[in-house]
Design a protein around this ligand. Structure first.
Ligand SMILES: Nc1ncnc2c1ncn2[C@@H]1O[C@H](COP(=O)(O)OP(=O)(O)OP(=O)(O)O)[C@@H](O)[C@H]1O
Length: 469
């Protein structure tokens, strides 16, 4: 089994808080299964001043007594303290302890004054010590309510510290690779494109043979471990779940602009924004802008389902289980496999955007993260990367099973001048073209590359190699 992977940045931030001479209150948040517990435990592995308590559902008395038991392993004196949260926390703060309360929302469900109690402990005692309190929670709405929003009781104390808020998101491609290191680059991109970077989902597919087997076993079968996962996450996090289902289904069908999403979901345009924002808080969807546009001043945003597993589920699993049962063993080959290259192409595109930084970083200084560009009249380019000079790098990424032909290059050349970008020095941009392909290039394209300096060809092996090097 793969050991602990990555999370170096998050560990460093926690370590800074633990080592500092001043008190710190930190919140570690992220969707369930992202690895908050694993991170918290790893962060105190070599410490002898840390209390780790994993809250479970139960009465407040049970929770307090479990907390005392766990804390007493490190601070035996705690058994003499009155069995109430306030004096217990004060006692530990006075020892300069590191205190991790995992799944803090379970405690608040029983003791709704707990955020205010903690606030009091902070102001009376903890603030003058070198203690660190870490609260984790996967109920994102609740973590916002208690600590992350401007009006939340603990907000000021968390926000005061630059390392106070630690969001645990999906693992990047290169970290996720450790779970399927034996796969070829194409299989790696496809697996990441279906399962994404949630460690628990990657655990479900490591040590297994093929993508077909993994998808069939975990997602298509009624008893598959991930068969109901997106549904469970939505039910756990949100009210009015039907509306969120309708919106995600609408997005999975290809609607991306707000009013189209609303229309596809059968929800009024004026209320859909609220639901989209909540899904954005959960990091299930995001709003993208053309790379040359300032998001704060643009109305051009398009929504996408960012989490690959959610995207896959809403496209291929939701409402289709009975059909897969009828197809039996052929379900994957007949119904999913033919659509997968198209489905995974968005993930491949994002990886190509990142690869641009490594492939061309020595030659150009990019002034924006490479990203998509589109206008309102049907023109679109997969990769656009403005530089600090006169060059605009433009690229197309193809994950199809055919070699990329000259038509792709011609189209890119005719679309490039439509991008609304000009060099700071004035004048017209010079273009550098990059084509990315899963299945190689036609001889005409290869010949063009050998004759021109402004054309670069990269395969999926190059892309994966550049990112993971
Ligand atoms: N950095 C990591 N490297 C390797 N495996 C990991 C990593 N993070 C998490 N995992 C694995 O993913 C699974 C889920 O992790 P974990 O329980 O820590 O998530 P969580 O965010 O605390 O979830 P929940 O909120 O549901 O309790 C576990 O099997 C864990 O071993």
């Amino acid at each position: 089994m793969t050991g602990f992977v990555n999370r170096k940045r998050e560990l460093k931030r926690l370590e800074k808080l633990y080592e500092s001479d001043t008190a710190a209150l930190a919140v570690v948040w992220g969707r369930r299964r992202m690895g908050k517990t694993t991170l918290a435990i790893e962060s105190i592995r070599d410490r002898n001043d840390a209390v780790y308590y994993q809250a479970t559902r139960g009465t407040a008395d049970q929770q307090i007594s479990s907390f005392i038991n766990d804390a007493a392993e490190v601070y035996p004196g705690i058994t003499r303290i009155r069995e109430e949260w306030e004096p217990l926390f004060e006692f530990l703060a006075e020892q300069d302890a590191v205190i991790i309360v995992d799944e803090f929302p379970y405690l608040v469900e029983q003791t709704d004054a707990l955020p205010s109690i903690l606030q009091r402990v902070w102001d009376h005692t903890a603030e003058k010590t070198a203690t660190t309190f870490v609260l984790t929670g996967s109920a994102i709405g609740m973590m916002h309510e208690y600590a992350l929003e401007g009006t939340a009781p603990l907000y000021g104390r968390v926000a005061k510290n630059p390392n106070g808020e630690i969001e645990v998101g999906p693992l990047h491609f290169e970290a996720a690779m450790s779970f399927f290191a034996d796969y070829s680059p194409v299989e790696q991109v496809m697996t990441y494109g279906v399962f994404g970077g949630t460690p628990e989902y990657l655990r479900a597919v490591e040590d297994h043979e093929t993508l077909e087997e993994n998808v069939t076993r975990t997602l298509l079968r009624r008893d598959g471990g991930l068969h109901e996962e997106p549904e469970n996450v939505l039910h756990r996090e949100l009210d009015e779940v039907d509306r969120y289902f309708a919106i995600l289904k609408s997005l999975a069908e290809g609607n991306r602009v707000k009013n189209e999403v609303a229309q596809g979901a059968g929800i009024s345009n004026s209320s859909v924004g609220y639901y989209l924002n909540r899904l954005n808080d959960l990091r299930i969807i995001e709003r993208d802008y053309p790379v040359t546009v300032d998001p704060d001043r643009s109305r051009k945003g398009r929504y996408t389902i960012t989490d690959p597993l959610f995207r896959f589920w809403f496209r291929f699993v939701y409402g289709r289980t009975a059909r897969y049962e009828v197809y039996g063993e052929d379900a994957y080959i007949d119904l999913i496999d033919p659509e997968l290259p198209d489905f995974v192409s968005g993930t491949f595109e994002q990886l190509c955007q990142r690869a641009v930084l490594y492939a061309f970083g020595d030659e150009y200084r990019f002034v924006e993260e490479p990203g998509n560009w589109w206008d309102g009249s049907g023109s679109e380019i997969d990769i656009v990367a403005p530089t600090n000079g006169a060059t605009l790098l433009v690229g197309e990424a193809k994950f199809q099973q055919d070699a990329v032909g000259y038509d792709v290059l011609s189209r890119l050349e005719s679309e490039a001048p439509k991008v609304d970008w000009h060099p700071d020095s004035g004048g017209d941009p010079e273009y550098t073209y990059a084509l990315f392909s899963r299945s190689g290039f036609s001889s005409a394209v290869k010949e063009a590359e050998s004759e021109r300096d402004d054309l670069h060809l990269l395969t999926v092996n190059d892309v994966v190699g550049l990112i993971t090097e």
